[in-house]
Design a protein around this ligand. Structure first.
Ligand SMILES: [Zn+2]
Length: 144
């Protein structure tokens, strides 16, 4: 089994064998270690303080959510699943009530809202609790 991991440093797509069991791989071009974008297989919790730094490199899908939002609870398990399945895209979530600065910066009006970033630059959005296939299609469309 192998998979393609995009280098977080130079962007080179590397085909690497299954890294289960703690095996490590490095980028064929620049030798940067290739690690999963989702360290422990769960979406990363973002805050106003760490948002910009965390998404600055690589491809990210950020779920803007709130505790009172029913549809957000429907989409959360899908993001958990994607974070555990994929290493090439970072999955993260931002609580809009606790982090109003970032929510305002991205003019978040309706949630759940998924915003796709490439090296910190917004590439596209998906609004609402959409099915997993639609999220994956949006990743292909916006993040190549
Ligand atoms: Zn590289």
């Amino acid at each position: 089994m192998s998979e393609v991991i995009r280098c977080p440093n130079c962007g080179q797509a590397n085909r690497v064998p299954d890294l289960a069991g703690g095996k490590k791989a490095v980028c064929g071009k620049c030798k940067t270690p290739l690690i999963s974008m989702n360290g422990d297989g769960h979406p990363i919790a973002l805050t106003d303080a760490n948002f910009a730094d965390t998404i600055a490199r690589g491809r990210s899908v950020v779920d803007f959510w709130a505790a009172w939002c029913g549809p957000c609870r429907m989409i959360a398990p899908i993001l958990e699943q994607l974070a555990s399945e994929r290493r090439d895209v970072r999955f993260a979530k931002l609580n809009v009530d606790e982090n109003p600065r970032t929510a305002a910066q991205f003019h978040v009006q309706g949630i759940p809202l998924l915003v796709m970033f490439d090296n910190g630059v917004e590439r596209g959005r998906v609004v609402g609790a959409v099915p997993k296939g639609q999220i994956e299609a949006a990743i292909r469309q916006y993040l190549g």
